[in-house]
Design a binder for this molecule. Structure first.
Ligand code: GDP
Ligand code: MG
Length: 441
């Protein structure tokens, strides 16, 4: 889904004139992508209608603004699709709440239960875990191991086969112990699917949870809507957690899950480790879905990866919006040393494919070194220039001679630079306004 949407937008941003046809093409492509990802037809149609209503081409001024506005309209609509209109039930510290986790086997329920408990424990809650998965051998051991590691009390049985009985006993036990967040992990598979949903219904009825969380694998594609809906029909799902967002998945299924359950996504899992768990934030998620790079994440990453005294420098470089040859030089240097810049840049869409194509790591490195030799023969003016016309024939000849490379190679490098600079412009907000993306888009 994400790939197709970003492709559609890419096509649009590459077109020099944005007219009705370009807009329609773009909307059609996005529509197809969303539909093929099982997002509710009604929702897709609404999005298309809304965008057409917002983007009145005749009333828009220059082409640049049109692009911006179309992009923004699509962005806003996708954000809306992730907002069911009402927040989920939020447990209150000190007041006992029961939270039941449901989802298919392998979606990440047991892992996510522990993450959810650990997250709240760090904030001063008293969570507890109940294992009512009696179907899968080893389910209780897994939960026990996770819980022990996180020092969270747990309840389960090796011998009892009735999930309802265990769930009820566990909940009662921890209520008596004044736990304020009692988390019930459930089974995800059954001999027959109908039996799974019946079991979920029974556990839910017997424990009367304050919140039922549907856990979904972020790479779940077309089946997302039906799967989410099936759970919603059996139990009162009130929130969604998307897991495995550290992989390749862009999480397009989240749109379907929200549509099917009419519940918001509240967290996402970003790794197997207990701390790899984040509060779900719609805007960066949609940025990522659209291939615009996770701007918020990028800034966080920058803070983590770069020594404090270098941060302002780097931020300046990005925010200034001027991707000069010197910036490229520093980027290359950083890539060769695996320095902080390379970590930061690796979060940008298109970066990897363009700089270091898969299977060509060696050649790419050699090329980068060659380019740096060429840039070593440039003047400061040339390195810092933002004027693309500065590099005339005589300068290119001089640089080629000075670096001992061919004119063709210098020109190739300049092409590379232009591509990269353009790519950078599409990701980095202009003119020193680092909040542009998060505020306006
Ligand atoms: P369950 O069957 O729904 O209880 O799923 P599990 O919690 O047992 O998880 C299935 C697999 O997915 C395990 O190997 C987990 O380590 C893994 N997993 C769960 N969440 C994440 C995540 O956010 N990222 C990654 N990379 N792996 C995850
Ligand atoms: Mg499990």
């Amino acid at each position: 889904l994400g790939g197709r949407i970003s492709h559609a937008i890419q096509q649009m941003t590459n077109a020099t004139v944005i007219d009705e046809k370009v807009l329609n093409d773009c909307l059609n492509e996005i529509t197809r992508a969303l539909l093929s990802s099982d997002v509710q037809f009604q929702l897709v149609r609404d999005m298309q209608k809304n965008i057409k209503a917002i983007v009145n081409l005749d009333e828009l001024a220059a082409g640049h603004n049109k692009r911006r506005i179309i992009q923004q309209a699509i962005f806003n609509e996708l954000c809306k699709m992730l907002d069911p209109g009402k927040p989920s039930f939020t447990p209150k510290k000190g007041k006992p709440s029961i939270v039941m986790f449901v989802g298919l086997q392998g979606s990440g329920k047991t892992t996510t239960c522990t993450k959810y408990a650990h997250y709240h424990q760090k904030k001063g809650w008293k969570p507890a875990l109940v294992c009512s998965d009696t179907f899968r051998a080893g389910a209780f051991d897994q939960l026990k191991q996770n819980a022990t590691k996180a020092r969270i009390p747990f309840y389960g049985s090796y011998t009892e086969s009735d999930p309802v009985k265990i769930a009820v006993e566990g909940v009662e036990t921890f209520k008596k112990e004044y736990c304020d967040l009692i988390i019930v992990d459930t089974s995800g598979r059954h001999k027959q699917e109908a039996a799974l949903f019946e079991e979920m219904r029974q556990v839910s009825e017997a424990t009367n949870p304050d919140l039922v969380i549907f856990v979904m694998d972020g790479s779940m594609g077309q089946a997302a809507f039906d799967q989410a809906q099936a759970f919603k029909l059996s139990v009162p799902v009130g929130a969604v957690i998307i897991t495995k967002m550290d992989g390749h998945a862009k999480g397009g299924g989240a749109l379907s899950a929200v549509a099917a359950t009419k519940s918001p996504v509240i967290f996402m899992g970003t790794g197997e480790h207990m701390d790899e768990f984040e509060v779900f934030d719609v805007k960066p998620f949609v940025s990522r879905l659209l291939g615009m790079g996770d701007w918020t994440g990028l800034m966080d990453k920058l803070q983590d990866a770069v020594p404090e005294d270098q941060q302002t420098d780097l931020v300046e470089k990005f925010m200034g919006g001027n991707f000069t040859l010197r910036t490229m030089y520093e980027l290359y240097q950083s890539i060769l040393n695996m320095g902080p810049l390379s970590q930061v840049f690796s979060m940008m869409p298109g970066y990897r494919e363009q700089m270091i194509p898969k299977g060509q790591e060696k050649e790419s490195q050699a090329k980068i070194k060659r380019c740096m030799t060429i840039m070593d023969s440039m003047t400061n003016q040339e390195l810092d220039s933002t004027n693309p016309k500065l590099m005339n024939e005589s300068r290119i000849l001089r640089i080629a001679r000075g670096s001992g490379r061919q004119v063709k190679e210098v020109m190739e490098m300049m092409e590379e630079y232009k591509k990269l600079a353009k790519n950078m412009k599409s990701v980095i907000p202009n003119k020193g306004n680092k909040n542009l993306l998060s505020q306006n888009m």
